[in-house]
Design a protein around this ligand. Structure first.
Ligand code: GLU
Length: 291
């Protein structure tokens, strides 16, 4: 068994992240498996190097120990690029020149599980038009033609274990990536989006069990599709409920001292905190949201 924790260095970790990392580590340890750490640091606009150091410090403080070297996505750009080339050669990607404002202005399409569904403006551009805009240096992302990709892959399922994870038989869940529309696989500022890099890395790291928050359930549908298109193995998935603050909303820094670094500064004993989290006892005001 191989599990992992894969934070994005866009800020320090809060109690919910610590809980998720502990669950993933314990799951592997209970079965003699390994637990890996991956830093998802390719979001050029939001990732900060100082948060990488902070995250590592937060995890160590809480007693999280990972196996092997930390994987940094910023060191794996070549792998993402070759997967993109494969998908392009399969005719499943198209360049998208839209700005956020263009999309907001034309978004009459419904909201999907991943936010507004891209209205498909650039899907129908002809090849000559695309080539000339790329040659002229117009910034572009690469989107997947979801309908075409789904038609190519055929019906897909992913396999879920219940939360808390136990030895139950996995349940097959039909994957429905169509609802998310033509999501971005390569951003304007990075050769991969979260969906592509995460799926490729989990396969490259031999991850067998992905434990992550409920909020990423729709992403799992997309990741399953990418696995099928690129002949990657599909791990088992455990989606855990999210922690909510006193206002019933998802945990975020606005709730006050819930950052691991804040708790540390307040003199909290990390072993005690880890023990509490393992028993789903959360700091005051924080509770398990309904899944
Ligand atoms: N980097 C993602 C995040 O921090 C997590 C990805 C994952 O667990 O798949 O939300």
């Amino acid at each position: 068994m191989v599990t992992r924790f894969a934070p994005s260095p866009t800020g320090r970790l809060h109690v919910g992240h610590g809980w998720s990392a502990l669950l993933a580590m314990d799951l592997a340890r209970a079965r003699g498996g390994s637990f890996r750490l991956r830093i998802e640091d390719i979001d050029g606009t939001r990732s900060r190097p100082e948060h990488v150091a902070g995250i590592i410090e937060d995890l160590r403080w809480l007693g999280i120990a990972w196996d092997g070297d930390i994987v940094f996505q910023s060191a794996r750009l070549d792998h993402y690029q070759s997967a993109l080339e494969r998908l392009k050669a399969m005719g499943l990607l198209y360049p998208c020149f839209c700005t956020r404002a263009d999309i907001a202005a034309s978004a009459t399409a419904p909201h999907g599980p991943e936010g507004p569904v891209y209205p498909g403006t650039c899907r129908g551009l002809n090849d000559a038009h695309r080539a000339s805009r790329i040659a002229a240096g117009h910034p572009h992302a690469w989107r997947i033609d979801m309908a075409r990709a789904v038609a190519r892959a055929g019906p897909l399922q992913w396999h879920a274990l219940p939360f808390p994870p136990n030895d139950d038989v996995a349940t097959a869940v039909p994957a429905g990536p169509l609802a998310a529309g033509d999501v971005v696989l390569a951003r304007k500022d990075a050769p991969a989006s979260y969906h592509l890099s995460c799926t490729l890395d989990d396969a490259a790291m031999g991850v067998t069990h992905i434990l992550r928050g409920e909020d990423l359930r729709p992403a799992t549908d997309i990741h399953r599709l990418i696995q099928a298109l690129l002949d990657l193995p599909s791990p088992l998935y455990v989606h855990h409920p999210l922690l909510v603050g006193p206002d019933g909303r998802r945990l975020a820094k606005r709730d006050g001292s819930i950052g691991l670094a804040d708790l540390r500064a307040e003199g909290m004993d990390p072993q005690r905190l880890a023990d509490d989290l393992r028993h789903a006892r959360f700091p005051i005001g924080i509770s398990l949201g309904s899944a």
